[in-house]
Design a binder for this molecule. Structure first.
Ligand SMILES: *Cc1c(COP(=O)(O)O)cnc(C)c1O
Length: 356
């Protein structure tokens, strides 16, 4: 079993967490333990019970999500978006200026941003030309690394990490560090999830979010899935009531059979639109390369990406310029929209082709 004390920061290990009313628990009919208002703002809002701190609602969502994943609820924690999860993990495990995190650029920026905020050193191992992980360098620079952040499929490249590489990394890092696999886009290629590996590797942490495929970016809800010992450490440091009742209830309602069917339909529609977009873009002479993507965006390399980016903006189409990022010279990341939005994009591309 994982020896969590080997990984946890000493001050967090010794920390006495805040004893919220929820933590102390209790049973009864009259609730006078949390200084809440006894008045229910029923008529003003869509949600009742807004005078109470969210507790039951949190537990209910965890239970529901655990059924959806088919993973024990004790292995799951809900966070304010998966961005909060990224931050909490560094806070719990990395001693500033001593421990390090390892990342594989080009990747999601927030790993680096939170490490910088928390004054934790970053070991950057550049991806190989095919956007896979450089295993030789990973092994070489593992010293003092506490956390490894792997984004799968990767943002902004859309690449899926080789499953045998994931296994190799997990075997190599056993008892050495914790491995985080950020699955923000996994619903677009669900077969490739690493979630069931948490049963074989107790140093694996999987991050999920409702912000992308679920279409709930506004409510700020993400999840950490890991060994119970890891979950318990994060529970110690997370805010007492981390998600609001509206967030919890809206998230909860999205796991109905009806909504899960809609989710599946939306995912397959976006995957279809992505194929269509790639097929049409291939006809444009000023596109150098379209990288294979397993997410709801594509990375496209142009001969002059800044020009293309600005021309798209002029036509009121906002994409994400990646030109300044390492390995991504002249690349633009384009999210896959509705079919109509894809058609507009292609039409615009055809017009600006003339202008360049
Ligand atoms: C969008 C994104 C997130 C952030 O998700 P939130 O749950 O909205 O905080 C995390 N990781 C990756 C790779 C993302 O692209």
């Amino acid at each position: 079993m994982i020896d969590i004390n080997k990984f946890i920061r000493k001050n967090i290990k010794n920390l006495i967490p805040y004893q919220s009313a929820r933590r102390i628990k209790g049973k009864g009919d009259i609730w006078l333990n949390a200084n809440e208002s006894p008045f229910i703002q029923k008529k003003t809002f869509f949600f009742d019970n807004l005078n109470r701190y969210p507790d039951k609602e949190y537990k209910l969502l965890i239970k529901t999500y655990s059924q959806y994943l088919n993973i024990n609820y004790k292995n799951i924690l809900a966070t304010r978006g998966s961005d909060e999860a990224i931050e909490l993990l560094i806070k719990a495990f990395c001693e500033p200026q001593i421990d390090r995190i390892m990342i594989f650029p080009p990747t999601y920026d927030m790993y680096q941003v939170y490490a910088n905020i928390l004054n934790v050193e970053i070991i950057s191992i550049l991806q190989l030309k095919n956007f896979q992980i450089d295993l030789i360098s990973l092994k070489k620079f593992i010293k003092q690394v506490k956390l490894i952040y792997i984004c799968n499929p990767n943002n902004p490249t859309g690449t899926l990490i080789n499953p045998q590489d994931i296994i190799e990394i997990l075997n190599f890092t056993k008892n050495r560090c914790l491995v985080i696999i950020d699955e923000a886009y996994i619903e677009f290629c669900l077969k490739r999830t690493s979630i069931n590996l948490i049963h074989n590797f107790d140093h694996l942490i999987v991050l999920r979010t409702l912000s992308k495929a679920f279409g709930l970016a506004s409510i700020r809800c993400g999840f950490i899935i890991a060994h119970i010992e890891i979950i318990n450490v994060i529970k110690k440091i997370i805010a007492p009531y981390p998600l609001s009742t509206p967030t919890l209830k809206i998230a909860q309602s999205f796991f109905s059979q009806k909504n899960l069917t809609i989710l599946k339909k939306n995912v397959s529609e976006l995957n279809k639109n992505k194929k269509f977009l790639i097929k049409e873009l291939k006809n444009l002479s000023y596109i150098k390369k379209i990288f294979p993507s397993s997410a709801n965006f594509i990375l496209v390399s142009f001969y002059y990406s800044d020009k293309v980016f600005l021309q798209l903006l002029k036509n009121k189409i906002v994409t994400r310029n990646q030109n300044f990022k390492i390995l991504l010279k002249n690349c633009i990341r384009i999210s896959v929209g509705t079919y109509a939005e894809c058609v507009s994009l292609i039409n615009t591309f055809q017009v600006i082709q003339i202008n360049i």
